[in-house]
Design a protein around this ligand. Structure first.
Ligand code: PMP
Length: 369
């Protein structure tokens, strides 16, 4: 085999995907990280129409202007971020935006503060960029919410960036406004970048979402359509940053993928401008499931935080064989250890599965143990 580049030495293929491949195909899957809903009809129609209109050519590298204008309005209205459409880049999912941020700003010698536990991709994009990961604890005693005082302790002269993700994958934690604001202040005082992944912004129960980008100039705000509009396979997201940061980010995007998929951009435009009923219904249903799964797990003796967002719970389950035993019994889950040191002794369960299946899964787990 030809020797691969050393920068990918540390990269491992996703443990989560592997798990799905090896286990019983009839098992109830509480491992998945995507909505179990279909793309709303109005969005499908917009995409079909655009194809029939032969809108299948390249778009401007940053994305179609109509979509960037709508994103800019959305950022102002929902997030308090003043982003000119020129500072919005439409990306191939939030995933590309995360990669761009790491590639444009992180290099050897840079420390990147990473909440522990957190979404797997963050670690990978930092490693591919040759950065050094500095973990910061999201403690169960704080309901897994990242605290600004814990972040402050990790800052050194080499701190280049921090990843924020509220609501969080894998814990469902929603950060408090005061912590977001305090970390935003730290980013200005110590001149580091906040890479704020807000993809679960709308999947939130009885809490408000706050964006670091409202309080600091040193923020790359990342969002997308995969979760709110169940558009995972369409691979469409976006980022915004200030003028100078956007220009650097754009270098990576333009030289990597040219532009996001044209059809998906048309779908995203409809997602933002069309009726929000389907999205609102889906979010309500997620809340109903959260209200089912959390008490069921607590009743079984697995301490579980009543997560305020996303579609994950992160119960404390110390049995190291739990994932395998549960899979054999017919329930797929993911080991918390996949998300960082602090994930050890926890299991991530997604409730992006039907109410009935979650009920069945809880019955199985109750019977087996
Ligand atoms: N960020 C988080 C926290 C996620 O959970 C996911 C999807 N699992 C992504 C980003 C990737 O989203 P996209 O489909 O937009 O690339």
């Amino acid at each position: 085999m030809v020797k691969p580049a050393s920068r990918i030495n540390k990269i491992e293929l996703s443990q989560i995907r592997k798990m799905f491949e090896v286990t019983n195909p009839d098992a109830i899957n509480l491992g998945i990280g995507e909505p179990d809903f279909d793309v709303p009809q109005n969005i499908k129609d917009a995409m079909i129409e655009s194809i029939n209109n032969n809108e299948t050519h390249y778009t401007p590298n940053k994305g179609i202007i109509e979509l960037r204008e709508e994103i800019s309005k959305k950022l102002k209205k929902d997030n308090g971020i003043n982003a000119d459409p020129e500072n919005v880049i439409v990306t191939v999912g939030a995933s590309e935006a995360l990669f761009m941020a790491a590639q444009a700003f992180v290099e050897k010698g840079d420390e990147v503060i990473l909440p522990d536990p957190s979404f797997l991709l963050y670690e990978s994009v930092i490693n591919i960029a040759n950065g050094t990961i500095v973990p910061v604890d999201c403690k169960m005693e704080n309901e897994f919410k990242l605290k600004a005082e814990d972040v402050a302790e990790k800052i050194t002269k080499n701190t280049k960036a921090i990843f924020l993700n509220s609501p969080s994958n894998p814990t469902g934690a929603v950060m408090e406004k005061e912590d977001i604001k305090a970390i935003a202040d730290l980013s200005m005082d110590h001149d580091f970048l906040i890479i704020s992944d807000e993809i679960y912004e709308k999947i939130i129960y009885g809490k408000n979402h706050y964006s670091a980008g409202k309080y600091s100039d040193n923020v790359v705000t990342i969002n997308g359509f995969s979760k709110t509009y169940a558009m995972t396979g369409l691979r469409i997201g976006y980022l915004t940053a200030n003028d100078e940061h956007t220009e650097e980010l754009f270098k990576i995007h333009q030289n990597n993928i040219a532009c996001a998929n044209t059809t998906a951009q048309k779908g995203a435009l409809e997602a933002l401008t069309g009726p929000q009923d389907a999205a609102n219904k889906m979010i309500k249903e997620f809340e109903r499931r959260r209200n089912l799964i959390v008490p069921r797990l607590n009743d079984m003796g697995y301490e579980t935080v009543n997560a305020e967002g996303a579609f994950y719970v992160f119960p404390k389950i110390e049995d190291e064989d739990f994932v395998m035993k549960a899979a054999d019994a017919g329930v797929i889950t993911v080991t918390g250890a996949a998300f960082g040191e602090n994930g050890k002794g926890h299991i991530r369960m997604s409730y992006a599965n039907s109410y009935e299946n979650i009920e069945k899964a809880m019955n199985i787990l109750e019977e087996v143990w």
